[in-house]
Design a protein around this ligand. Structure first.
Ligand code: GLY
Ligand code: MN
Ligand code: MN
Length: 463
């Protein structure tokens, strides 16, 4: 999308102001990834580059200087290539379309970069994100050094541009939140559609497979303009739900089992990330409902803990408390072995059934950038011994939540067959995942067009 949307120029200006005097920032977009022979994977721009340009063509670079000037290098117009690969914006149209000050063909990168770097002190670029970028920059710096004898100054410092961009991206602006809310609505609709298809096919006596439900998700994503799934969709029937990184495959979806779907679309560069777990036929059994309601209650505790001023780890701690009490009550954790809730939490007895974190930042990337440690408290290290592995773990104070941060809230419970778990719960895997934006007073859930209440799920699956 080539738009001269205000956020990009304003973001570039903010970055430029943070570079310090006599500095240059270099941001390449992502390379095209070959799939096999002469087929490429669908192209996905680099998130940092897109954040600063809104430009989604491959083979492009942005150069920012501390005085606020921006230079784009992009693919030149080329009728022959455009007939095969599609229209290119081209350097002549780029300044008007993208608001950059200058634009050149990417073929001029190696000749122009040394000149842009000459007489500056600091080069900023994203560290460890683009294969070969460091050596490319080295090459340009060598050319600058070759001119030192003629009075040129060469930069003497390199800094990680991610440090600036990660902090900016962590707090979403109004433009981003608008897209994220729309992405969330599309994904929620896709989950509803998959639930309804599951029940309808089973009612009709058809052979339902995981891929049938994945097809519903993809249909709904594309139907509403999403470019692609934000990550590989998980559609897990029955026991497959206990495999955390399972993908949609061909397993049969059986009457009486649960289905776990973790899927979200990407819309205009922003991810959504929803998990719903529902009975394949539209009716929870008693044991399924007991575990489902426990996970839902633990999620509500996490939602209540998601507010400005709280720590990133507070929702997780709230979840663990509710889940662990429920595990004790339902006999998943042995009360005789782990007497109290405090004991069971301290010994991490819950870890047998709940082994992942309750959330992550969400934004352009599904696991979005941004430090999970509070920047001002980075030096405060405390040590503890992990009760399960015996390892010494160093903790730093967790990030303090602020309005505009976006994160997922996704507790789960996964019961593999074992002599420690009551048999009625074997092979049940449940996760409920919503996307939240921290507000001035709490958080806004943007994914609740897909219901989580078990009665509401049963109602919409009745058809
Ligand atoms: N779908 C990836 C995640 O939930 O983190
Ligand atoms: Mn997630
Ligand atoms: Mn997910």
């Amino acid at each position: 999308m080539h738009t001269a949307n205000p956020p990009y120029a304003a973001r570039r200006a903010r970055v430029a102001a943070l570079l310090g005097a006599n500095a240059v920032a270099i941001v390449p977009t992502a390379p095209q990834q070959p799939r096999n022979r002469d087929s490429d994977h669908p192209y996905r721009h680099d998130s940092y580059f897109y954040y600063l340009t809104g430009f989604s063509e491959p083979n492009a670079w942005l150069v920012l200087t501390a005085d606020g000037r921006s230079t784009l290098f992009c693919q030149p117009k080329d009728l022959e290539r455009e007939i095969w690969d599609g229209i290119r914006l081209g350097p002549d149209a780029a300044p008007a379309a993208l608001g950059v000050d200058e634009a050149y063909s990417v073929a001029e990168l190696d000749s122009r970069l040394p000149r842009l770097l000459e007489n500056t002190r600091t080069v900023w670029y994203p560290f460890a994100t683009h294969a070969g970028l460091e050596s490319r920059i080295d090459g340009w710096l060598q050319k600058v050094r070759a001119r030192v004898r003629h009075g040129a100054l060469a930069p003497d410092a390199q800094r990680d541009l991610c440090a600036i961009l990660d902090e900016m991206r962590l707090i979403k602006d109004a433009h981003e939140l608008d897209i994220m809310r729309r992405a969330a609505r599309i994904s929620a609709g896709a989950h509803v559609r998959a639930m309804q298809r599951s029940a309808a096919m089973l009612r009709a006596g058809q052979d339902v497979r995981e891929f049938h439900l994945e097809a519903e998700l993809l249909h709904e994503f594309r139907q509403h303009g999403s470019q692609a799934p934000a990550y590989g969709s998980i559609v897990a029937a029955g026991a497959n739900a206990c495999v955390l990184h399972y993908r949609a495959d061909a397993a049969p979806i059986r009457d009486g089992e649960l289905v776990l779907i973790d899927a979200g679309c990407e819309l205009d560069g922003y991810a959504s990330d929803i998990t719903r777990t529902f009975p394949a036929n539209g009716r929870f059994t008693g044991p399924q409902r007991a575990l489902y309601e426990l996970v839902l209650a633990s999620q509500q505790a996490a939602i209540d803990a998601t507010r400005p001023g709280a720590r990133f780890t507070d929702p997780h701690d709230a979840t663990v408390k509710v889940l662990t009490q429920g595990m004790l009550d339902l006999g998943l954790i042995d009360k005789n072995q782990h007497g109290t809730l405090q004991d069971a939490i301290a010994s991490r007895a819950y870890f047998a059934y709940y082994m992942h974190r309750t959330g992550h930042w969400l934004g352009m990337d599904v696991h979005d950038c941004g430090s999970y440690v509070e920047p001002g408290e980075i030096g405060q290290v405390s040590e503890r011994r992990d009760p399960l592995s015996g390892e010494i773990i160093k903790d730093r104070p967790s990030r303090i939540l602020r309005p505009g941060m976006a994160l997922t809230i996704e507790p789960g419970l996964y019961v593999r067959p074992s002599d420690k778990a009551p048999k009625e719960f074997w092979n049940i895997g449940i996760r409920i995942e919503d996307d939240a934006i921290v507000t001035d007073t709490g958080c806004e859930l943007i994914t609740r067009d897909a219901p989580v209440d078990p009665d509401a799920i049963e109602a919409l699956m009745r058809g």
